[in-house]
Each structure stands twice: as C-alpha cells, then as structure tokens.
Ligand binder design. Structure first.
Ligand SMILES: C=CC1=C(C)c2cc3[nH]c(cc4nc(cc5[nH]c(cc1n2)c(C)c5CCC(=O)O)C(CCC(=O)O)=C4C)c(C)c3C=C
Ligand SMILES: [Fe+2]
Ligand SMILES: [Fe+2]
Length: 365
C-alpha cells in the first residue's frame, strides 16, 4: 500500500497531542559493523555532505566506509556505558523528564517521546507509534539550539519523507531553533556559574560549537551567526570582558575549510601564547556525546596541556539538568499555544459518532 495507516487505528480513540524531541543519532553499538551502518546513513544525507552525488557515493563507499568505522568504533567504545551511547542515554532522560512534567499537568492527552535522525529509535518508528496512539497534532522539536541545514532541515526532510507515505498526516509544528531563548541562555549562564563556584575561574572561557563547511555559511546558512549570538548573550550575562572568552568550532571532517577559528588550533595557540587555564563549554550540544566527552574532554585537553597549559576543564552539557528541562518545557508550551490542552469532555470524544461504520455497513481494518 502506498499510503499507510497505523495498524492499530480506531475511530474510538480520543485525539492526542504529541511532542517529539529529536537529536542526531548514534550507532547501535560501538562496533565496526554498527558504525558502518550508522555512518552510511548519516553521511549519505545530502544535507550533511553537499557534494555531487556520484562523486560522493564513490568516496564514501570506496574510501571512508572502509577506514572510518574502525576508528570511530574505538572512540565510541571509550565513551559507551552499560546503558548505551551517552547521546541516547541523555536524550532518553530528557524525554522522560519532559514527559513527567508535561503530563503531570496535561494528563493522557499529551504524548511525549524522542527519536533520532539517524539510527534508532528512528523518526519513522516513533511517529508511527504516536499516530497509532491517536496523535492528531504533532510538535517536533530537534534539540539543536542553533539552526543549521545539515541538522535542523535534515530532520524536517526525514519527518516529511515519513509523512509523505502516511494516509492521515497530523497537524504539524516544527521548532527550527532556540539559540537566543532566555530560558536556554539562563540555563547555560547558571551552568557556567555553578561550575566556576565549585572549581574556580579560568583565564579563558571557550565556547566551542560543532563546525560546518565554510561554504555552507557563504551560501546563506545562519548557523554561524546564531552560534555567535548565543556566545554573546551568555558572556554578557556572565559579565565577561572581550578578552575573557572566545567562540570556536570543532569536529572538522574532510579536507575543505570549515568555520574558523578551529577549537583544536585555538587551544594549541593559547597554550603556546602562555595562557595557563581554560574552561570549555559546548552550548550547541544539548546532550553530551562523543564530540564533547571524547573530543573536548580528552583529545583537546591533551593538546592544551601538552602545549604548556596548566589547567583545562570541560563544562558538561545541559543534559537533563532541571533548569534545562524547565527551559525546554517552556519552549514546548510556547509552541503548543492554541492547541487546546484542556479540552472539555465533549471535544475529547472520538470520531466514533460521526463515522458510525457499523451503521453504514463499512468495516475498517
Ligand atoms: C560530514 C560532515 C558533518 C557535518 C556537516 C556535521 C554537522 C553537525 N553535527 C552536529 C552534531 C553531532 N555530530 C556528531 C558526530 C559526527 N558528526 C560527523 C560529521 C558531520 N557533522 C561525523 C562523521 C560524526 C560521527 C562521529 C565520528 O565518526 O567521528 C555528534 C555525536 C553523535 C554521537 O553519537 O555521540 C553530534 C551530536 C551538529 C550540531 C552539526 C552542525 C551544526
Ligand atoms: Fe556532526
Ligand atoms: Fe556570522
């Protein structure tokens, strides 16, 4: 069937509102075959690698997927816990905390879940579960504070690809960014403050964001500007002067130029210039993952300390900190406005009355 319906659909279901938070995704296991599957899906996305398809197919399948999975599997193994990949664990906890606080107020009418753009749990599986539960209004919120076509728009592509194959699509809302949201900014400010109260200050606070090719910025992607604005708002609230903080970009991939200054080169230079202490915060990552724990927490620490620096600290992501959950909850409420959450009994009735199938002689499976 070209257009599918959820198998458990029933006209007797009351309408529900769904909130789906998403993140990038992660391999199913820290192994070479799992990494090959994950990287193939991720790096085949034309929103991520904007290169002519045939050329990229050859490079990806003949070179990258024969080299990278082994190296990446080793890196993932170093951050993996008993519960799984950090990104999966934190995102699951975020969804659980949001479900608890939102459902405490709105009850069964609201369904909260999470999905991953690549790998599992897939957007397709979670959207189908929601449709089967009777979700007729769906709010999707990718946990990328700064908009980027490679992440935010790619999530929308996937969502619309799934819904293109469904008979009954829900009403839809999609959050594209929250880089300057006051709740998000305050959560970051307090995270840095609390860290500094406990461990003391550093000469420099580095705001490190995931990089993208510079080409994407030149072609109009607002990501770079939104990163700088997040930094500026946080630094201002912290009362930092211009020489006390920096914005940098990490996680380069491939040979072309990415957004500069690069985090690793900056840390090497700071050490060489005699800076003794730095703290690094990664506001673009709503959850700790390989790129923060291993790349910032370990690899870049080594660059700085081996280059002559004396003190290096990574300030963890907001993860499921109560203040982060509150900020996300406020954003969700804001975006649910007008979707009546406290419907009266009459409105909550199912479609069973209007479509009295038995009476008209139809049966639906
Ligand atoms: C190839 C190009 C890539 C672009 C463009 C890119 C943009 C981008 N990525 C994130 C967030 C994350 N990326 C993560 C891992 C990761 N990213 C790339 C490549 C690009 N990212 C690769 C190949 C990998 C896999 C890891 C590896 O093999 O080295 C992660 C971590 C996932 C995890 O499981 O822990 C996140 C999160 C953003 C926000 C972004 C653009 C703004
Ligand atoms: Fe990435
Ligand atoms: Fe900019």
């Amino acid at each position: 069937m070209k257009y599918q319906n959820p198998s458990s659909f029933s006209h007797r279901q009351a309408d529900k509102i769904g909130v789906l938070i998403t993140n990038l995704g992660t391999p199913d296991a820290p192994t070479k075959p799992a990494l090959k599957r994950y990287l193939k899906e991720f790096l085949s996305d034309p929103r991520v690698v904007e290169v002519p398809r045939l050329l990229w197919w050859l490079v990806l399948n003949l070179v990258i997927l024969n080299i990278r999975p082994k190296r990446s599997a080793e890196a993932y193994a170093s951050v993996w816990s008993e519960q799984g990949s950090p990104l999966l664990v934190h995102t699951r906890n975020q969804a659980k905390a949001l479900a608890e606080s939102l459902r405490a107020e709105h009850g069964e009418q609201l369904v909260v879940d999470f999905a991953m753009r690549y790998g599992n749990p897939s957007i397709e599986s979670r959207v189908d579960t929601m449709l089967a539960q009777g979700v007729r209004k769906l709010l999707v919120m990718p946990l990328y504070p700064q908009y980027c076509a490679s992440t935010t728009a790619s999530t929308f592509d996937k969502l619309s690809e799934v819904l293109q194959r469904r008979r009954w699509m829900p009403e839809l809302r999609f959050v594209t960014q929250y880089h300057d949201d006051p709740g998000y900014i305050d959560a970051l400010v307090n995270k840095v403050r609390q860290f500094r109260e406990q461990y003391g200050n550093a000469q420099k606070l580095i705001f490190s964001y995931h990089g993208i090719p510079k080409r994407y910025l030149m072609q109009g992607d607002p990501y770079h500007c939104q990163c700088y604005k997040t930094t500026r708002l946080v630094a201002k609230k912290l009362g930092l002067s211009e020489d006390e903080y920096l914005t940098t970009f990490q996680s380069r991939f491939g040979r072309e130029e990415w957004l500069k200054p690069y985090t690793d080169e900056t840390l090497k230079k700071l050490a060489a210039d005699g800076v003794e202490s730095v703290q690094v915060v990664c506001p673009g990552f709503s959850a700790d993952c390989l790129e923060t724990i291993e790349e910032i927490g370990e690899e870049n620490r080594d660059y700085f300390l081996q280059g002559g620096g004396r003190s290096y600290a990574y300030i963890p992501a907001l993860n499921d900190d109560p203040e982060h959950i509150q900020a996300l909850e406020a954003l969700i409420r804001q975006n649910l406005q007008g979707w009546s959450l406290n419907r009266n009994a009459e409105q909550s009735e199912s479609l069973a009355k209007e479509l009295s199938l038995q009476k008209s002689g139809y049966t639906l499976n």
